[in-house]
Design a protein around this ligand. Structure first.
Ligand SMILES: Cc1cc2nc3c(=O)[nH]c(=O)nc-3n(C[C@H](O)[C@H](O)[C@H](O)COP(=O)(O)O)c2cc1C
Length: 166
């Protein structure tokens, strides 16, 4: 059976959704993995049992959106402590530069670590001066460089899942 990567995102005005689509493309690029993309409203606790998990949230007051927080809080019984060694990362769209998108990533990574996922960021540069050491970030409508960051995040998680779980 192929290892699975699930991308779960929340998005009110479409910016995080656009990032999610690019992460999905990057993860698919690697091949021989089952890649699933879901809005948090469509996600179930069982999705947390994927070998790779990527969470995308708009920056809301500097932290994860309430819907995603609720999703994690409600699914501890299904997945908490059962995903040790599974691999996860995150992305976030904010309204402003300095508006807290990286702080939001840390709030997501903190939840993922509590569950037991191994978390990572990008050592890669999407363009000169544009990296994603805590995951991928964008400000409002993601531009080409920010989308490249998302694509790379998808490629990296697929490579890691393939190396450790296929
Ligand atoms: C409730 C709420 C809180 C927000 N808080 C922040 C914030 O703390 N910092 C920031 O830069 N933008 C903030 N924003 C703006 C969004 O992060 C930004 O518009 C983002 O691109 C929205 O992503 P989406 O299109 O996926 O919903 C907030 C928006 C909402 C609705």
């Amino acid at each position: 059976m192929m290892a699975k990567i699930t991308i779960i995102y929340d998005s009110i005005t479409g910016n995080t959704k656009r990032m999610a689509e690019e992460v999905y493309k990057g993860a698919n690029h690697v091949g021989e993995l089952d890649i699933v993309l879901k809005h948090v409203d469509e996600a179930s606790g069982l999705d947390l049992l994927s070998e790779g998990l990527i969470i995308g949230s708009p920056t809301h007051c500097g932290v994860i959106s309430w819907k995603l927080k609720k999703f994690f809080d409600e699914n501890t019984r299904v997945a908490w402590g059962k995903v040790g060694g599974y691999i996860a990362t995150a992305f976030s769209s904010s309204g402003g530069l300095g508006g807290g998108n990286e702080v939001t990533l840390l709030s997501i990574l903190s939840i993922l670590m509590n569950y037991g996922y191994l978390v990572f960021g990008l050592p890669d540069y999407a363009a000169p001066g544009v990296t994603g050491h805590y995951g991928a970030v964008s400000v409002r409508n993601p531009d080409e460089k920010e989308l490249k960051q998302c694509y790379l995040l998808g490629v990296r998680i697929a490579e890691y899942v393939k190396r450790f779980h296929s």
